[in-house]
Design a protein around this ligand. Structure first.
Ligand SMILES: C[S@@+](CC[C@H](N)C(=O)[O-])C[C@H]1O[C@@H](n2cnc3c(N)ncnc32)[C@H](O)[C@@H]1O
Length: 270
């Protein structure tokens, strides 16, 4: 499988092969290395071949396995939702500091998708509750299923709306990983993203900020206490300016493990 995935342009063919084979056999990728092909039955071989063909078409591994690890949780995913990214764990980390500073505040995850952020917040802060919104009914169904399976549904309320329209944001802490790629950048993306992930979860107008702009304005008008937004390359200054313009008095930029500005926060001090 490794040679076939390499030929198809997959960036990490050996790792992906072991993850997919492990998924079919119900063992870890590390255990795959110790197994001999001779032990495989006809059904296993057929399922491994089907997974290989899907990955050759550049379908993301997480859509094939149906799951992605995020913080302490296994989040179920399908093509209706963006696959949660490791960078977004930083948004949770940074936002938790803001939330812990005002633990009675409501946390609102805008553009919740699979529910990854909202569910991680509820999981890591037992006793508090979270609102998650999305404009996609199909995405909200995935989030609701995840909330049920992870036994967090009693503390994660989901709402179908545009941004945070209709959600009470007074004194809330807002978390948002919204689409931030410009329409022109679409053709530069890996096929895993451009062919497979939902367009509305990835692309936001000509500068990548059309959805974020609307949500920052909602957070400002709604008098949210603090907000943490994930951003793309080159958007830190614009993001900070948007937050200041919406009435947040202090902003800070947080870098991801690769050193890129990845999360911008805004807080009210008065
Ligand atoms: C980049 S994905 C992030 C999903 C999830 N928060 C995560 O980090 O894995 C953006 C999400 O925002 C949603 N979205 C896009 N435009 C929106 C809008 N105007 N209002 C609410 N949600 C929106 C998309 O449906 C998608 O689920």
């Amino acid at each position: 499988m490794i040679a076939r995935l390499r030929m198809a342009g997959v960036a990490s063919p050996a790792l992906d092969a072991n993850v997919l084979i492990g998924h079919v056999l119900g063992i870890t990728p590390e255990q795959v290395v110790l197994r001999s092909d001779a032990e495989l039955g006809h059904e296993d071989l057929r399922a491994i071949e089907a997974a290989a063909q899907r990955r050759e078409r550049r379908e993301p591994v997480a859509y094939i396995t149906g799951t992605k690890a995020f913080r302490r949780l296994d989040i179920a995913v399908n093509r209706d939702v963006l696959i949660p990214r490791p960078e977004t764990e930083l948004l949770v980390e940074v936002g938790l500091h803001l939330w812990d500073a005002s633990p009675c505040a409501r946390a609102v995850d805008i553009g919740t998708g699979s529910g990854a952020i909202a569910l991680a917040l509820a999981d890591e802060r037992p006793g508090r509750w979270v609102v998650g919104t999305d404009s996609s009914p199909a995405a909200l169904q995935v989030a609701a299923d995840n909330a049920q399976r992870l036994r967090l549904a009693d503390r994660v309320k989901l709402c179908l709306t545009d941004g945070a329209a209709g959600v009470n944001l007074q004194d809330a802490v807002v978390f948002a990983n919204l689409p931030y790629i410009s329409s022109a950048e679409l053709r530069t993306l890996q096929p895993e993203i451009s062919r497979w992930e939902p367009r509305a979860a990835v692309i936001a107008g000509t500068d990548g900020l059309s959805v974020i702009r609307k949500v920052v304005a909602q957070a400002g008008r709604g008098k949210a206490r603090a907000a943490a937004f994930e951003i793309g390359l080159g958007q830190a200054e614009s993001m900070a300016a948007l937050l200041i313009g919406a009435g947040f008095e202090q902003t800070a930029v947080h870098r991801d493990l690769a050193g890129h500005p990845r999360v911008v926060t805004g807080t009210r001090v008065s």
